[in-house]
Design a protein around this ligand. Structure first.
Ligand code: NAG
Ligand code: NAG
Ligand code: NAG
Length: 564
């Protein structure tokens, strides 16, 4: 076997604001050496992977997670989108995954170590998540939250089975460290000014240090020592976990942030994710009960519980500040598309050619788009919108059409918002839903004002005719392109109706719907949301038979769309 590589065996890695440093723990002189990694703007959290020798850190200024080798080589940006204030980072050295907390997006997320296959694990009930540490052998992650109710929580490595471990006598629990040998959890609190410890099962909480700790920030443990940085003392100190003997490692160095004490090459432990990625096609997340395969955003786990596929058909729907999707094939739970800043998404559409979703936001009064994975979010129309409730993508002409109930206009622009033009404005009374038939060159819309109706015109706004005059307030207008039929929900009659493309041969498909709202059609089914039932239901598109609730929804669902 090869000789062990030269150099130190134990290191303390330090994130300062604008540089990263290493301090050998093998000898007692504790000289700090700046790593030759350039362009560090505001490094916060730091971790290390002894298997590959990569050092990982978060940078609050460039809003990214980065890595490089200790000698500064192979410097990469690992995660750059949807990163706000990433304050905690942790390497799962067994499954080869990276976890982080973000106090800006209030999420805990995971990716492979190279930044691919990103998945949001926890996005609810996080206030100000900061430190995160992993116990991959046992299948747990632990994190701190310094929000309104400060706490230390635990979950399985897939984000499930959350448990509050501590929520009393905490202030700003900034630092967290696991002692894998003694099965203990240590934490440092910058408000109570204490270092405390308890058993990993939550029992036996006690204070380790409680004097001269003005502002703990970074926190780590290796062997018999707990190390921490202190903002006020501008120091790194350590304390022996049994004797509580304290010692300065560094004194009078400003801008000390995260800290990681580690072996350079040595690791320990294994689990089922170590072998062939646990049989998982994408993410292997280890839990106390065994392997949980998981998929990055946009993919779905199929019935073998190991393989992620791109779903061929899914529904998109909006719910308050979320845009969510449900696979129609794998019958999976619905998942949120990771978008920030959505206030009240209303109309939604999808452009399959470049995998982008488009939506109107009736609070922000904008039309926006982003990729399905949530990246590259941009507002394409920001001015002159009031209540844009109807919108559709013309996938042939690469145009965006919308109907505005407030301004009483139907407009068009290129998909990037350029070359905007008003198409219909005369005699338009509260236009609501909009559907396009680009192959035939027609657009269809419903109006709610005065005398509700369904109208049609050419896609340049000319040749307007009324197709369906005797109708209530119709919503969720959709086209079955294969069978050449129109479908709509009627809020007043509480029906779903259908007609041919000229508004004739009307048929009632479903009746007695409490508050039908969005409507769409896919293959043999129509799908609709109901506001008061808070559900997504489906039925056969011609007979209305076999009505089933496919998903209960918490909160109101607005229009949505199946994509195939
Ligand atoms: C990222 O890592 C995964 C898992 O190790 C690997 O399958 C994938 O090819 C890597 N992708 C890139 C772009 O390096
Ligand atoms: C603290 O945690 C316990 C146990 O989970 C819970 O019952 C209690 O409501 C929490 N207290 C606060 C203030 O959140
Ligand atoms: C998101 O998807 C787009 C288009 O499919 C792709 O170009 C981009 O690299 C993806 N971004 C991430 C972070 O996966």
């Amino acid at each position: 076997s090869p000789l062990p590589p030269p150099g130190p065996t134990q290191l303390l890695l330090l994130a300062r604001r604008t540089d990263l440093r290493r301090i050998s723990l093998d000898t007692p002189d504790f000289t700090d050496i700046i790593l030759p990694t350039d362009d560090i703007r505001h490094a916060i959290a730091i971790d290390y992977d002894p298997v590959d020798g990569h050092i990982y850190w978060t940078d609050d200024d460039v809003r990214a997670i980065r890595r490089s080798y200790l000698d500064g080589s192979d410097a990469q940006f690992i995660v750059t989108s949807q990163v706000n204030h990433p304050d905690g980072i942790a390497v799962d050295w067994i499954a080869r995954n990276l976890y982080w907390t973000d106090t800006g997006t209030d999420r805990i997320e995971v990716t492979r170590l190279n930044g691919t296959m990103r998945k949001i694990l926890i996005s609810e009930d996080l206030d100000e998540p900061r430190a995160i540490v992993l116990d991959p052998v046992a299948g747990y992650m632990y994190w701190t939250d310094w929000g309104e109710v400060p706490k230390i929580e635990r979950a399985d490595l897939d984000g499930t089975e959350r448990l509050v471990m501590v929520n009393t006598s905490l202030g700003w629990p900034n630092g967290l460290a696991l002692d894998y040998t003694d099965r203990m959890i240590y934490w440092g609190d910058a408000k109570t000014d204490k270092i405390e410890v308890m058993c990993m099962d939550g029992s036996g909480r006690r204070i380790l240090v409680e004097d001269k700790l003005p502002h703990i920030f970074g926190f780590t443990l290796l062997g018999d020592y707990v190390y921490w940085t202190d903002w006020q003392r501008r120091s790194i100190e350590r304390v022996h976990k049994h004797t509580t003997e304290r010692e300065f490692i560094i004194d009078q160095l400003p801008d000390l942030m995260g800290l990681k004490a580690t072996y350079v090459h040595q690791t320990f432990g294994t689990n089922l994710c170590a072998e062939a990625n646990g049989g998982c096609s994408h993410l292997c997340l280890y839990k106390p009960v065994g392997v949980q395969c998981a998929c990055p955003i946009g993919l779905e786990l199929i019935a073998d519980l190991s393989t992620c596929i791109v779903p061929e058909a899914f529904l998109l729907f909006s719910r308050h500040t979320d845009i969510r999707r449900i696979s129609l094939e794998t019958n999976n739970n619905n998942v949120a598309i990771p978008l920030t800043g959505v206030k009240e998404a209303s109309a939604l559409d999808f452009d399959i050619t470049d995998n982008r979703i488009y939506w109107t936001d009736i609070t922000l009064k904008t039309i926006s788009r982003a990729f399905m994975n949530g990246s590259a979010l941009e507002h394409v129309v920001e001015f002159g919108l009031d209540y844009p409730e109807g919108m559709a993508v013309d996938w042939l002409g690469k145009n965006l059409y919308w109907a505005d109930t407030g301004t009483n206009r139907i407009e068009v622009a290129k998909l990037d918002g350029q070359h905007r033009q008003v198409l219909v404005w005369k005699d338009l009374d509260s236009p609501r839903a909009l559907a396009l038939d680009p192959a035939e060159g027609f657009m269809y819309w419903t109006e709610w004002g005065g005398k509700p109706k369904i109208d049609r015109s050419a896609m340049d706004g000319t040749g307007r005719i009324t197709l369906v005059p005797n109708v209530g307030r119709a919503n969720g207008l959709t086209i079955d392109y294969a069978e050449r039929r129109l479908y709509w929900t009627d809020l007043d009659t509480t029906l779903i109706e259908s007609s041919n493309m000229l508004g004739l041969e009307r048929e009632v498909i479903a009746d007695d719907l409490p508050h039908p709202f969005g409507l769409t059609q896919y293959q043999d089914y129509i799908y609709w949301t109901d506001w008061s039932q808070r559900s997504i239901e489906r039925a056969n598109k011609t007979s209305g038979q076999n009505r089933t609730v496919i998903q209960g929804l918490c909160g109101a669902a607005r229009p949505w769309k199946p994509i195939s």
